[in-house]
Design a protein around this ligand. Structure first.
Ligand code: 5GP
Ligand code: ZN
Length: 111
């Protein structure tokens, strides 16, 4: 299931370019275009749905293992996994996505 109007569905199809980190049957991962830190990644189900509650369990189950692998690959010691649902919760893009945000120490900054 995909939505013609959705920017993340367009990224999955390759209609909008992205820096792809991982792809499987159910999951796609790419770098955030406005990173909060170096390596800030988005891990998304290929299944289109705006909120976590719209996504089948089978698709969700594959997300965290991918986020974990990307976190390890960045070498991040500390990191956040964030997932926003709805405008009040600061969701901007209406296709479920998990942020993986490395938290470098202050000396490292964005380098
Ligand atoms: P939200 O606030 O919905 O949880 O976060 C949406 C995220 O998607 C933001 O961090 C934003 O930078 C990222 N984003 C929005 N449009 C694009 C895009 O076209 N390409 C990429 N790579 N990231 C995007
Ligand atoms: Zn979508």
């Amino acid at each position: 299931m995909s939505s013609a109007a959705c920017i993340f569905c367009k990224i999955i199809k390759g209609d909008i370019p992205s820096f792809k980190l991982f792809e499987s049957d159910k999951v796609f991962a790419f770098l955030d275009i406005q990173p909060l830190s170096r390596g800030h990644a988005l891990v998304i189900p290929k299944y289109h749905g705006a909120k976590l509650t719209d996504i089948p369990d089978d698709d969700l189950l594959e997300i965290l293992p991918v986020a974990k692998k990307i976190a390890k690959a960045t070498g991040a010691v500390d990191f956040n996994i964030l997932q926003n649902n709805g405008r009040i919760a600061h969701q901007v893009v209406d296709h479920v996505h998990f942020h993986m945000i490395p938290k470098p120490n202050e000396k490292e900054g964005m380098t």
